[in-house]
Design a protein around this ligand. Structure first.
Ligand code: UDP
Ligand code: MG
Length: 141
């Protein structure tokens, strides 16, 4: 079993697509290990996306990710990392495959509705950014 992190980004929450996205997650056979709605400070958003610190879009990304509530969701499944990336589609919704979450619900390359971890290691680390092991254990009893 692999873990991966979904975040429904501020645009996905604002457009009232939380329920639609959770339904797609469950239909696709992911197990939800944790789910919460929170608002990140700029500092927390900057920490989560620290890997992109040198990229030109970093400032805009940090402002956007702290602009409203988000819904982090810890997911588990065989091949969760790759399967979640497939379900969300390309970073730019204009290039995302039909039926993917970003194709359906995202407006732009920056405001693209959802996050997905990019490796098994980052899946574990990013789940741990938002959820403690004791929280997850309590949810899996
Ligand atoms: N992003 C952006 N402009 C870009 C590339 C990325 O605003 O040219 C934002 C976008 O919100 C994206 C996030 O930065 O989801 C992280 O970028 P990454 O390349 O890791 O894309 P992802 O893994 O989310 O598909
Ligand atoms: Mg990425």
């Amino acid at each position: 079993m692999q873990r991966t992190l979904c975040i429904i980004k501020p645009d996905g929450v604002r457009s009232n697509n939380v329920g639609n996205i959770v339904a797609m997650i469950q239909k696709a056979g992911f197990r939800i290990l944790g789910l919460k709605m929170i608002r990140l400070s700029k500092e927390q958003a900057g920490e989560f996306y620290a890997v992109h610190k040198e990229r030109p879009f970093y400032g805009e990304l940090v402002n956007f990710m702290s602009s409203g509530p988000i819904v982090p969701i810890a997911l588990e499944k065989d091949n969760a990392v790759a399967d979640w990336r497939t379900l969300i589609g390309s970073t730019d919704p204009a290039e995302a495959a039909e039926g993917t979450i970003r194709k359906l619900y995202a407006a732009s390359k920056g405001e693209n509705a959802v996050h997905g971890s990019d490796s098994e290691e980052n899946g574990r680390l990013e789940v741990a950014f938002f959820f403690s092991e004791s929280e997850i254990a309590a949810n899996t009893l």
